[in-house]
Design a protein around this ligand. Structure first.
Ligand SMILES: NC(=O)c1ccc[n+]([C@@H]2O[C@H](COP(=O)([O-])OP(=O)(O)OC[C@H]3O[C@@H](n4cnc5c(N)ncnc54)[C@H](O)[C@@H]3O)[C@@H](O)[C@H]2O)c1
Length: 256
């Protein structure tokens, strides 16, 4: 059996079915690899068709290529888990975008709708269809990838910050609604994590990279594997009484 980078194996995960959105890159990709290393069968969703297909070939996974803001796409992905893999045990909702930095009063309505559409409506649609299936089965665990920006103000990223705060509200509400059905819904709140999303932002200026590093008490960026390890633990039976929780994984950044 392959092991995860941390070497942890969750015996209960072997042969289970996992759906990952935003699977083609960064944290979603790391989650996909770690579920695969646990012996899970995977359905991967992303709008980046080429990268999605490459990863799926490597992990022997099924794919649905498309956008999480499109309800038909999300419904099709959940239905494909049932039709082709036999159910849905775990879901990680990682698809998201940072948005273009701008002061709130310079943020266009179009940019607001684009970012909240992906980061918030996308998670809503995923939860809606994942929960229907999991409630009917009487089991399942979902983790949405929010952000430390879901707990604190984030100047010049208003749509991102607002959407991540809202994901925590959705997570808590969903958890309370489905707890008695045996389904758990949690969120992971990463700090600055080295992924293509963050690298794109840091390319906007070397001073930005220094600013980000200075804000992290442990002095380094997180890795996608460190975030994925938290998401996997929340899905595992080791976290069987953890529900409606927002797990910050950020090297103490927002503890200061
Ligand atoms: N990297 C960080 O520092 C950081 C920090 C906090 C939170 N997060 C969150 O983690 C999640 C993953 O981010 P990442 O850093 O891995 O970014 P990433 O850009 O490396 O990966 C995001 C993936 O989501 C996909 N995606 C984006 N919009 C989509 C859509 N509408 N439909 C389908 N797929 C879509 C992209 O194609 C990409 O493959 C995001 O929700 C992000 O907000 C990241």
């Amino acid at each position: 059996m392959k092991s995860t980078p941390s070497g942890v194996q969750y015996a209960d995960m072997r042969g289970k079915i996992a759906l990952v959105t935003g699977a083609a890159s960064g944290i979603g990709e790391a989650c996909s690899r770690q579920f695969a290393a646990q012996g899970c069968r995977l359905l991967l969703l992303d709008r980046d068709v080429d990268r999605l297909k490459m990863l799926a070939a490597e992990l022997d996974a099924r794919v649905v290529a498309g956008d999480v803001t499109d309800e038909d796409t999300v419904e099709r992905a959940v239905a494909a888990c049932q039709a082709h893999l036999g159910g849905l045990d775990y879901a990680v909702n990682s698809a998201g975008v940072a948005g273009r930095p701008a002061a709130l009063d310079d943020t266009t309505l179009e940019e607001w709708q684009r970012v909240t559409g992906i980061n918030l409506t996308g998670v809503f649609l995923c939860l809606k269809h994942q929960l229907r299936t999991m409630k009917a089965a009487g089991k399942g665990a979902i983790v949405s990838i929010a952000s430390g920006a879901g707990l604190i103000g984030t100047p010049y990223l208003a749509p991102y910050c607002a959407s991540k705060h809202a994901v925590l509200g959705l997570t808590k509400t969903a958890a309370m609604e489905v707890a008695s059905s045996g389904v758990r819904v949690n969120a992971v709140l990463p700090g600055s994590t080295r992924t293509p999303m963050l690298e794109d932002s840091m390319r906007q200026g070397p001073e930005l990279e220094a600013m980000i590093l200075n804000s992290i008490p442990c002095g380094r960026l997180g890795t996608a594997d460190e975030i994925a390890a938290a998401a996997l633990w929340l899905c595992s039976a080791q976290a069987s009484y953890v529900n409606g929780h927002s797990l910050v994984v950020d090297g103490a950044t927002i503890a200061r």
